[in-house]
Every structure is written in structure tokens, then in C-alpha cells.
Design a protein around this ligand. Structure first.
Ligand SMILES: NC(=O)c1ccc[n+]([C@@H]2O[C@H](COP(=O)([O-])OP(=O)(O)OC[C@H]3O[C@@H](n4cnc5c(N)ncnc54)[C@H](OP(=O)(O)O)[C@@H]3O)[C@@H](O)[C@H]2O)c1
Length: 219
């Protein structure tokens, strides 16, 4: 599958490593330009590209930059993606890093709804509570006793199916965490955030979440 990855840090780098290992055709971009990604390209076989080129022809695009950087992505960054592209949003709002975002803090937008509005495209929320290192270390074959599950939220059911299938290929179970308006259940500070558990454990943690934004994640 053709996959574009925007952001080549902890999460973007490790998704590049695993998705190329699975045989996917990965294009990867960062803020400094493709000339700074030659080492990752040599290691993985991914194609380093500019941000504007990352989505070209892609069936899946992963947006994995700090939340504060999402509005800096070029307008039309998803233009040229394949019809029906699934856009994965791994982002979290950390006011200490991202500055105060009133639409999230005051208006109660979920972090992914805010991101959708910046991108002008529906997103599927996944990996936001997953330790980057777990992408490399914790994948397991289907049915393994210690395979962990990730929550996945989104309004576009077809995109969500695509993302869940891809996460399954990456070696994790998934739990349908509802739509983007429900995705506060997996935001920072929620019981499922950073949880390593099977599908039942993830479903239970999602059910126990409170919509109140935790003090630690407020500006
Ligand atoms: N780290 C984790 O374990 C983890 C887990 C789950 C979710 N998350 C969330 O996932 C998101 C990414 O986290 P991360 O830890 O992978 O971040 P990171 O290591 O800081 O990497 C961020 C990447 O985004 C790129 N970037 C920044 N601004 C950009 C722009 N305007 N255009 C293109 N690329 C840009 C950076 O490019 P340069 O390299 O050129 O600076 C870098 O490659 C965050 O919202 C984070 O909260 C992180």
C-alpha cells in the first residue's frame, strides 16, 4: 500500500521502520526537508520527500507532528492523495509544548476535531496513547497471548476499517473507540492513555474515561 508519513520523529520514524518492513511503499517527510532523511531512507527503503509530496497517491497518510505544528502544514497538504484516503492523526495536545489552544480548552473540541479543522479533512485517531518504542517492540502475531490493543476513533467508517486492518498488520489488536466526538476517551490523562492491555482491557478503560480535561493537560 502507498503510505505517506508527515513527521519523522519518535512515532513517524518507527512507523516508517515497521511499515517498510511489512512491504509498504512509504514516503516520509519532516520539517527540514528530504536531505535530512537520508539515514532513515537508507535504513528502511522509504522515500524521503517534501511535506507537499508526502500524500501523493497515498491510500493512508499519517500526520504525526506536534499539535502546534499542524496549522503550519501547507494548505492542500492532502491534495493528490488517493480517493478515500485514510488520514491517521497520532496527535496529543500538550499545552506545555503546544501553547494554549482555546478551541480545545474553552470550546471543548476534541483534539482530533481541532486537527481535522486545520487539515480540512476527516481523520482517524490512532497511536496517540502508544509509546513510540512499543511500535518496534510490542508487535505480536494475531492470537498471541500478550498482543496488546489500541483504541481507534473516527467518523469515516471506511477509513477506520482501513486503519484497523493496517494496525492489525503492524501486530496490534484494535478497539473501536467511536467517533471523533468520543475521542476524549483516549486523550492524554485518560485511563487508556499509555495503557498496555488486550482488547477487553482497552474497552474497559475507554468506558471508565471522564470527559473532564485533567489539570495536568490544561494551560
Ligand atoms: N513520542 C511518543 O511516544 C508519542 C506517542 C503517541 C503520540 N505522540 C504524539 O504524536 C505526535 C508526534 O510525536 P513525536 O514524539 O513523534 O514527535 P517528534 O519526535 O517531536 O517528531 C516530530 C516530527 O514532526 C516534524 N515536524 C514538525 N513540524 C513540522 C512541519 N511544520 N512540517 C513537517 N514536519 C514537521 C519534525 O520535523 P523535524 O525532524 O525536521 O524537526 C519531526 O520529524 C505528537 O502530537 C505527540 O504528542 C507521541
Amino acid at each position: 500500500m502507498k503510505i505517506g508519513i508527515i513527521g519523522a520523529g519518535n512515532i513517524g520514524g518507527n512507523l516508517t521502520r515497521r511499515l517498510t518492513a511489512l512491504g509498504h511503499e512509504v514516503s516520509v517527510a519532516n520539517s527540514r526537508g528530504p536531505q535530512t532523511l537520508t539515514e532513515l531512507a537508507r535504513e528502511t527503503g522509504a522515500t524521503p520527500v517534501t511535506v507537499g509530496e508526502a500524500a501523493r497517491g497515498a491510500a493512508v497518510v499519517v500526520v504525526t507532528v506536534p499539535l502546534k505544528s499542524v496549522p503550519d502544514l501547507p494548505a492542500g497538504v492532502l491534495d493528490g492523495a488517493a480517493e478515500g484516503v485514510a488520514v491517521i492523526d497520532t496527535g496529543n495536545y500538550y499545552p506545555q509544548r503546544d501553547g494554549r489552544i482555546a478551541a480545545i480548552e474553552d470550546d471543548g473540541l476534541t483534539e482530533s476535531r481541532w486537527t481535522e479543522r486545520q487539515l480540512g479533512h476527516a481523520v482517524t485517531k490512532a497511536f496517540n496513547g502508544t509509546y513510540a518504542q512499543d511500535i518496534l517492540d510490542r508487535h505480536r502475531p494475531e492470537g498471541a497471548a500478550d498482543r496488546i490493543a489500541l483504541p481507534v476513533a473516527g467518523d469515516d467508517e471506511a477509513a477506520k476499517r482501513t486503519v484497523r486492518a493496517l494496525i492489525g498488520e503492524l501486530g496490534f489488536d484494535t478497539v473501536d473507540a467511536g467517533g471523533i466526538d468520543d475521542s476524549w476517551r483516549q486523550q492524554p490523562g485518560s485511563p487508556v492513555y499509555g495503557l498496555r492491555a488486550d482488547a477487553d482491557g482497552v474497552a474497559k478503560a475507554l468506558a471508565e474515561a471522564s470527559p473532564e480535561r485533567p489539570e495536568d493537560f490544561r494551560a
